[in-house]
Design a protein around this ligand. Structure first.
Ligand code: 13P
Length: 279
């Protein structure tokens, strides 16, 4: 069943756990993740970046793909189909019009005022269509979709003002996590995370979930994180398995090549979900 993020995230907030957001890149990833989460009987957020959308052909392709998989695989868990880091109102509108149930508008590279203005525009469009909105404040650095940027941490007073003026459903404050691989041990600002959570009613989102040690994930959840985004770690798990297959076997059937990463990807999905939700 396709849902927006409201109910699953508010349940997570009540229960003090986090919903996994897994990025998808193609048919196989969407299928493997849906199958594994159905096995686990846990709600799921499927994240689609603009780059992944372009790769797959467009928002309509992805929306119809996920809807069809849910139908044909008889998926019964709640699935939220979410835009990851939408960079403009137009992007978010196109995804909503194609049937996405949730969007992230990421106007964090602009001034606070401009971020508020663009985010509010998305919220107004989304709300009347029962679509939920996530936004980013401060700036989460690192590398995603081959774009590298540096980080700026979020400030409590900006978060409070931002949420009041935009009406977003969830917020991703930049607090030291980065996209992609960490160059050193992650250094998250848990104190500000807790303060932001205490001042806001809405769930908080942690981006850059790859490479954050389990104890820091636990701490982040206890400081108010209810959604954790994972992308790179799934890519690496899949890639390592596929690389071994290609080196060892002389098989060129693309279904076998891509499928050789299925078990590793599913194991990673399970490991992360159990870590985030079984608490
Ligand atoms: P990682 O690639 O570091 O797991 O981050 C994923 C993410 O935050 C997607 O928005």
């Amino acid at each position: 069943m396709l849902v927006n993020s409201k109910e699953i995230l508010s349940e997570a907030k009540k229960g003090h756990y986090a919903i996994p957001h897994f990025n998808i890149n193609n048919l196989e990833w969407a299928k493997y993740i849906l199958e594994e989460m159905e096995q686990l009987q846990k709600p799921l957020i499927l994240g689609v970046s603009e780059g992944a959308c372009k790769y797959m052909g467009g928002w309509n392709v992805v929306s119809n793909l996920v809807r069809s998989l849910i139908l044909d695989l008889s998926i019964t868990i709640p699935v939220c189909l979410h835009v990851d880091h939408g960079t403009s109102f137009e992007t978010c509108k196109a995804a909503i019009d194609a049937g996405f149930t949730s969007v992230m508008i990421d106007a964090s590279k602009y001034s606070l005022e401009e971020n508020i203005r663009i985010t509010r525009q998305v919220v107004v469009y989304a709300q009347s269509r029962n679509v939920t909105v996530e936004a980013e404040i401060g700036h989460i650095g690192g590398t995603e979709d081959e774009i590298t940027s540096s980080s700026t941490n979020a400030r409590l007073e900006d978060c409070v003002k931002f949420v009041e003026q935009t009406g977003v459903d969830s917020l991703a404050p930049a607090l030291g996590s980065v996209h992609g691989l960490y160059k050193a041990e992650p250094n998250l600002d848990f104190e500000t995370m807790k303060q932001i959570s205490d001042h806001l009613e809405i769930p908080l989102v942690l981006h850059g979930g790859t490479g954050i040690p389990d104890d820091q994930i636990e701490k982040a959840i206890s400081c108010g994180i209810n959604k954790i985004n994972i992308n790179t770690e799934l890519q690496i798990a899949w890639y390592d398995a596929v690389k071994e297959f290609i080196i060892e076997k002389n098989i060129y059937d693309p279904r076998k090549v891509i499928g050789s990463g299925e078990i590793a990807l599913k194991e990673k999905v399970r490991e992360k979900t159990e870590m985030f939700m079984n608490r």
